[in-house]
Design a protein around this ligand. Structure first.
Ligand SMILES: Cc1cc2nc3c(=O)[nH]c(=O)nc-3n(C[C@H](O)[C@H](O)[C@H](O)COP(=O)(O)OP(=O)(O)OC[C@H]3O[C@@H](n4cnc5c(N)ncnc54)[C@H](O)[C@@H]3O)c2cc1C
Length: 469
């Protein structure tokens, strides 16, 4: 039986980032990757500025500088009817990057394998978690045709959204398949805003596009579950929200079958992100619809949160994991709620969501600050749920303003009912989460100092806490 301080299952963006983070802390790391073929995968290719920053902070600056990446300045959102394009910029002076998925991820794996204390086994798969408690884990993995057993202080599940290790640990999950993503590459000259990620909203289907290498753009079309390339060939009118040149390029690309990539879009949320001495990071912890392109930034954020937590409690893994769970929760909840709310607003065809889309258009057109605030939420730069709740309220208010200006009062009142029916539940959910987030912030603010004082013999936590109520 071998021993190491940490085993990481999965050498994707999350696994690489965690391996770097823990090797920085001086931990010995065994990184096991089953070896998905990233050249065939349809997955992350646009990295928002917080993700770029976190990668640099994790010591991947040389990798980032070595990428032949395309700079991204924000999103260009093209509405279908009325036909209008609005730019949502990142904050001043910051840029994101976009590049082909394999070109982005493989150099991270290569680079981390050279870090001090990291042993990488490719084509290695965790097959069983035999024991997991607060004192450590024992697990089995297969590599080069042989089964191995290893004992570690910590097991990190970075094995993607369908995470086999999450299941081995018995952690409950919520899973919903949302849609099918079809991806092709086209000439990047077809894009109207080459320095922005494109969102095509309000048509029969939602689509995304961005440059991934010089002269080449990825286009991803969000289709109903079970669709194939044939679906789009038979119903080219689904692409009417795309400018005609881009639409033609996508239809042509469908003829080159090997160039078509497919993926499913899923919500996949773990009930808890740690158990005993095991912890979930990246998609294994939470995965949502990719329209905000925030998945990889979230992986790198998780890695830094775990690093900070283990640095704070180096001798107490369970306490560190609890701290990690708290630290990542606000940003994750906002990201997942935002992806869900935006996917409905961008893609759903009902009257209420049409009104909400008009609210978004009106808001971004009339408020440059609003456009920036929305982009900050989209890029995970802004993690606070109360900011999302505030922005959602503003969009609903602008939806009413848009109705008033187009219908007059009588028509507006009639159109208000579907808007309230569609926007009400996500708005209530967001507000409730915002209140909960503020409550837990207050709780930490009040409880932590009280316990610190109590430990120092200054106060009884219960008495002091009661007097604060
Ligand atoms: C269509 C689509 C488009 C997307 N676009 C974007 C985007 O533009 N920007 C963005 O930020 N995000 C995007 N994402 C999300 C992004 O791809 C993911 O968030 C990111 O890849 C998650 O990284 P990960 O390391 O958690 O998991 P993965 O990338 O899934 O890696 C998991 C790894 O675990 C390995 N593994 C699996 N099982 C085992 C096992 N038992 N033992 C050992 N290893 C194992 C696999 O081989 C794999 O290498 C997109 C996703 C999709 C589906």
């Amino acid at each position: 039986m071998g021993d190491t301080e940490v085993v990481i299952s999965g050498g994707g963006p999350a696994g690489c980032a965690v391996a770097a983070a823990l090797s920085d802390l001086g931990w010995s790391v065994l990184l096991l990757d089953a070896g998905v073929d990233r050249h065939k995968q349809l997955a992350g290719e646009l990295l928002h500025p917080p993700g770029v920053r976190d990668l640099r902070a994790l010591g991947f600056g040389d990798v980032v500088d070595g990428w032949a990446a395309h700079p991204v300045k924000g999103f260009a959102v093209r509405f279908h009817a009325p036909e209008r394009t609005l730019v949502l910029p990142y904050g001043r002076g910051v840029t994101g990057l976009s590049l082909e998925h394999a070109a982005l991820t493989l150099p991270l794996l290569e680079s981390v394998s050279r870090r001090r204390g990291v042993t990488l086994h490719t084509r290695a798969r965790v097959t069983a978690v035999e024991h997991n408690c607060e004192r450590g884990v024992r697990l089995r993995y297969s590599h080069a045709g042989t089964e191995h057993t290893v004992h570690a202080r910590l097991l990190v599940a970075a094995d993607g959204r369908a995470s086999p290790v999450r299941r081995m640990l018995g952690i409950a999950e919520h899973h919903q398949r949302l849609s099918t993503m079809l991806g092709v590459t086209v000439d990047s000259a077809c894009l109207t805003h080459p320095e922005h990620g494109h969102q095509f909203v309000g048509g029969a289907v939602h689509a995304l596009a961005y440059t991934i290498q010089p002269g080449v753009a990825r286009v991803m079309v969000d289709l109903p579950l079970g669709s194939t390339a044939q679906t789009l060939k038979e119903q080219p009118e689904l692409l009417l929200a795309l400018p005609s040149r881009l639409r033609e390029a996508v239809l042509q690309a469908l003829e080159q079958r090997p160039a078509v990539r497919m993926a499913s879009n899923d919500d996949w949320l773990a009930e808890t992100v740690w158990m005993g001495s095991a912890v979930l990071v990246g998609d294994a912890a939470a995965c949502c619809h990719p329209l905000t392109a925030s998945g990889m930034a979230s992986c790198f954020h998780d890695a830094r949160a775990l690093q900070e937590s283990l640095d704070r409690y180096p001798d107490h893994v369970a306490r560190a994991l609890e701290h990690y769970a708290h630290a990542r929760r606000p940003a994750q909840r906002t990201r997942v709620a935002l992806a869900s709310a935006l996917y409905s607003a961008f893609a759903r065809q009902d009257e209420g969501m049409h009104a909400l889309r008009m609210g978004l258009l009106h808001y971004w057109e009339h408020s440059p600050g609003g456009a920036r605030a929305s982009m900050a939420l989209l890029s995970s730069e802004e993690p606070r749920m109360r900011v999302m709740a505030r922005e959602y309220l503003r969009v609903v208010a602008h939806a009413f303003a848009a109705m008033l200006s187009s219908n007059g009062t009588g028509g507006s009142l009639r159109s208000a009912a579907p808007l309230l029916r569609s926007a009400g539940p996500p708005l209530r959910g967001t507000m409730a989460s915002a209140v909960e987030q503020m409550g837990s912030w207050l709780h930490r603010r009040v409880r932590r100092p009280v316990y610190t004082l109590a430990r120092a013999g200054w106060a009884s936590p219960r008495r002091a806490f009661a007097s604060n109520r």
